[in-house]
Design a protein around this ligand. Sequence first.
Ligand SMILES: Nc1ncnc2c1ncn2[C@@H]1O[C@H](COP(=O)(O)OP(=O)(O)OP(=O)(O)O)[C@@H](O)[C@H]1O
Length: 406
Amino acid sequence: MIEAVGLTKRYGAKTAVHNLSFQVRPGTVTGFLGPNGSGKSTTMRMILGLDAPTSGRATIGGRPFRQLPNAPRQVGALLDAKAVHGGRSARQHLLCLAQLSGIPARRVDEVLGVVGLQDVAKRRSKGFSLGMGQRLGIAAALLGDPQVLLFDEPVNGLDPEGILWVRNLMKQLAAEGRTVFVSSHLMSEMALTAEHLIVIGRGQLMADMSVKDFISANSADFARVRTPDSEPEQREKLTSTLAEAGGQVVAEKDGALRVSGLPLPRISDLAHEADIRLWELSPHQASLEEAYMQLTQGAVDYRSTVDQRAGLQEAPAGYGPQGGVPQGYAVPGYTPGQPNPYTQQAAGAAPGQGYPPPAQGHPYGAEPYGAPHPYGQQPQAPAPMPPSAPAPAPADPATPHPEDAR
Ligand SMILES: Nc1ncnc2c1ncn2[C@@H]1O[C@H](COP(=O)(O)OP(=O)(O)OP(=O)(O)O)[C@@H](O)[C@H]1O
């Protein structure tokens, strides 16, 4: 089991993770969701001992990663598929990892087969495509046949066959009783892969529940109702009939009505009594994507704006302003720009934890295996993070972000 207790990470003025507490249990795939910059990678890095928490703790099987005996045999991770010595072949890369952890060489060939790279095993990895690199990263994670696996965006760059393969692999690993913690932005994929979700926004816990409960807690089911297109007066009559009966009726772009607050049979009866013909009366169950959008709208830091094209050409018809709640996502109680009404505050912070210094190269670091651990953060005093405002700037500079170095 992976456990985070009051986990907090500040990089200078930036609070990346604030007071995060959750457990990732064995036997199920747990999805880790959150908008860009919400702190998912930082959390995973702290779990893997690559970053020191400012306060709180992250443990695997009750111990911090760095105190696990022969950690690569217990924990496998894919954090950054590009963290490979490009001059080495895929096989050499895996062999190096295996030797450092006392894993027999035959396991290298096994995992190369599992990820489908056996035919390119002798090619230098710097010539690998994004998807091939992901496969190599997954092979490295599987090398020690570990009980605990963390994957940061594992399907990034994979083709449809690869995505299906990763989905089945995650499920199979969980079915074998392993702990599988996976971050992804692909909601449709997560809906098919994960059973449990941990959702964060601006470094704080927003939801920790099953996918099923998450969808029902963060979305409202509704009915789509459609009257004959050629009879707009029927649609108006139905709108007022349903509203009088207590339904909430919203006109959709395609001419249908989105009705909530009334069960389907009641809508049918009301239409029948008012002598209104229906072309469509269908239930709509929210998707994980809709529920996720509803929950996280107020915690999104990076929003696109309309491309004004510097007046170079006219915007095509129908190219409307963006930002705020996307079309089709009703968010009750949410006003764009306001704090998300669904945000939950995590429980009180755990006391700050000391952290042992690095003893050896880290298998999941940004450098090739065996390189010095990028650990270098000193635990800092915990500070509360306002939901959307930055903390006051301290004197110490922020650690360079790994992404900035690329
Ligand atoms: N070493 C660092 N120094 C300074 N800021 C950092 C560092 N690492 C992360 N951050 C900041 O912490 C925040 C969380 O980043 P993180 O990479 O954990 O988010 P994420 O949820 O994984 O994002 P994404 O979905 O885009 O991958 C961001 O604002 C990021 O810029």
